[in-house]
Design a protein around this ligand. Structure first.
Ligand code: ADP
Length: 441
C-alpha cells in the first residue's frame, strides 16, 4: 500500500485492522495494532512525505507466528532514526523500531499471533491474501465512524476497569484493617499469655523451693528426734532388764509381768527409732554406699541361715536358691543384705502356708533378685501406697512392723543404682523384685 496523503492514513489503519482480524488477533489487539499503525503512518507522512506499507505474516525469533508491518519511507529518515511522537505507541505492539531490510531502512512493527488461533498454513495465508485483495478499502468517513465506535468502547472499558479497581482497592483496605486488628489482638493475647506463663513459673519455683525445704526439715526433724530418743529408750531397756535380773531383788509375779511389758514395748520403740533414723539418713543423702565386689552366694547363704530361725510356721517353707554365675555384683553388701532380709521377713510375716522363695537371675546386664511368696497378695491400687512411709495394708495381720521397711528398702535400692518393684494379685501371693546393674551404679 502506498501512503502519500492524509486520506491514506485511514485506509492503512483499516487494512491493519482487517489483517489483524484475519490472522486471529483478539478484538483489543486488532485495535492496538491499527492504532499504532495509524500513529506511525501519520508521523512518517509528516516527517518524510509518506511510505510504502507491507503487511506480512512470519515467525519471530523464537519461532512463534507474528503479524508484521513494514513502512518503507519515501525519503530517508532524519539521521536514519525514528521515534514515535508518543512513547505509549510502542507499548501497543510487541516490537516497534527501525530495521535494515535488504539495505533499505524501514520502520517495522510486529505483534504475536495467539497460538490458539487457527493454523496459519501457506494455503490459509494465500486465501487471506485473496480475500483482503478483493475487498475494496472503505471511505475515510467509514473508517472514522468505526474508529469513533472503537474509541467509545475503549473508553467504556477503561471506565469499568477503573470502577473495578476502586472496588478492589476498597476491599483491600478493609482486609488490611481486618488483618491489622487481628494482628494486634493476637499480639495482645500472646503478651498476656506470656505474662501468665512467667508468673506461673515463678510460683512453681517458689513452691518447689518450699517443698525442698519442707522435706529437708522433715528429715532433720526425724533424725534429731530419733537420735534424742535412742539413748533414753536404750536406758529403759537396760533398766527393765536389770529389774528382771535374778541378781536383783525378786519381783512379784505381777511386777515381773509388767516389767516384761515395759521391756518389750521399749524394744519395739527402739526398733522404730532405729528405722526412722535409717530412713532419715537415706533421705538426707547422708547414706554413702560402701562399694565393693559382693559375693551374692555368701549373702544368700547368710540370709538362709538367719531367716530360717525366724520362720516359726511349719506350713511355710523358706527357699533360697543359689545364684547363677557370675555370682557377684558391685554393690554395698550390708545395705543389700538389709533390703533382702526386709523383703524375706515381710514374706514370712504375711504368708500363712506355702513358701517364700528368693532367687537370682541375670538379664540385660542386670541382676534380678526376686522374693516371691504364696501369701494373701496385695490389691493393685495399693502397689504404690505400700512404698509410702507408715502405710500398712488395712486388715493385714498386725505382726509388729512400722510401715517404714519398704520405703526405706526402695530408697536404698535406688541409691545402689537399682529399682524395687512389686507384682502381686490378691490371693496369689506377691513378688518383690530388686534389679541391680552388675557393674554397680
Ligand atoms: P511393715 O512390714 O513394717 O509393716 P513395710 O513397709 O515393710 O512395713 O510394709 C508395709 C505394708 O505392706 C505391710 O504392713 C503390709 O501390709 C504390706 N506388705 C508388705 N510385704 C507384704 C507381703 N509380702 N505380702 C502382703 N503384704 C505385704
Amino acid at each position: 500500500m502506498a501512503l502519500r496523503v492524509e486520506h491514506d492514513i485511514f485506509v492503512v489503519r483499516q487494512r491493519g485492522r482487517e489483517v489483524a482480524a484475519a490472522v486471529g488477533l483478539e478484538h483489543q489487539d486488532q485495535i492496538r495494532l491499527a492504532t499504532a499503525l495509524s500513529e506511525v503512518a501519520r508521523d512518517l507522512l509528516r516527517a518524510v512525505g509518506g511510505a510504502d506499507v507491507t503487511f506480512a505474516v512470519d515467525l519471530d525469533e523464537q519461532g512463534r507466528p507474528q503479524v508484521r508491518v513494514d513502512l518503507a519511507p519515501v525519503r530517508p529518515l532524519p539521521d536514519g532514526r525514528y521515534e514515535p511522537h508518543s512513547g505509549a505507541v510502542a507499548r501497543l505492539v510487541d516490537m516497534l523500531g527501525v530495521v535494515d531490510r535488504e539495505g533499505d531502512t524501514v520502520v517495522r512493527m510486529s505483534r504475536r499471533v495467539p497460538v490458539s488461533s487457527q493454523a496459519l498454513t501457506p494455503e490459509r495465508l494465500a486465501e487471506l491474501r485473496t480475500e483482503l485483495g478483493s475487498s475494496a478499502p472503505g471511505s475515510a468517513l467509514d473508517e472514522l465512524a468505526s474508529q469513533n465506535e472503537q474509541l467509545i468502547a475503549a473508553l467504556d472499558e477503561v471506565r469499568s476497569q477503573r470502577d473495578e479497581l476502586a472496588v478492589l482497592n476498597e476491599e483491600l483496605q478493609e482486609t488490611n484493617q481486618g488483618v491489622m486488628a487481628l494482628y494486634n489482638q493476637l499480639t495482645e493475647e500472646l503478651e498476656a499469655t506470656n505474662q501468665g506463663v512467667v508468673a506461673l513459673y515463678a510460683e512453681l519455683d517458689e513452691k518447689s523451693a518450699q517443698l525442698r525445704s519442707a522435706s529437708e526439715s522433715k528429715s532433720r526433724f526425724l533424725a534429731n528426734v530419733s537420735h534424742e530418743l535412742r539413748a533414753p529408750v536404750t536406758a529403759v531397756i537396760g533398766l527393765s532388764r536389770l529389774l528382771a535380773d535374778s541378781a536383783s531383788d525378786p519381783l512379784t509375779e505381777e511386777q515381773a509381768q509388767q516389767v516384761g511389758l515395759i521391756r518389750s514395748s521399749a524394744t519395739d520403740l527402739l526398733s522404730l527409732v532405729n528405722e526412722l533414723l535409717d530412713l532419715a539418713k537415706a533421705e538426707s543423702g547422708r547414706l554413702e554406699p560402701n562399694w565393693a565386689e559382693v559375693d551374692l552366694r555368701a549373702v544368700f547363704g547368710q540370709l538362709r541361715g538367719t531367716l530360717r530361725a525366724l520362720s516359726t510356721r511349719t506350713d511355710v517353707e523358706l527357699v533360697v536358691e543359689d545364684p547363677p554365675p557370675p555370682g557377684t555384683v558391685r554393690s554395698d553388701e550390708v545395705l543389700l543384705a538389709q533390703v533382702l532380709r526386709n523383703l524375706l521377713h515381710n514374706g514370712l510375716k504375711f504368708t500363712e502356708r506355702g513358701e517364700v522363695r528368693l532367687r537370682a537371675e541375670v538379664r540385660d546386664e542386670r541382676w534380678w533378685l526376686s522374693v516371691a511368696d504364696t501369701g494373701a497378695g496385695i490389691a493393685p491400687e495399693l502397689h504404690e501406697r505400700i512404698f509410702e512411709e507408715f502405710y500398712q495394708v488395712p486388715g493385714s495381720p498386725r505382726i509388729g512392723g512400722t510401715g517404714l521397711g519398704l520405703p526405706y528398702a526402695r530408697r536404698v535400692v535406688r541409691l545402689l543404682g537399682g529399682t524395687l518393684e512389686l507384682t502381686s494379685e490378691p490371693g496369689r501371693g506377691s513378688t518383690f523384685t530388686v534389679t541391680l546393674p552388675i557393674g554397680g551404679a
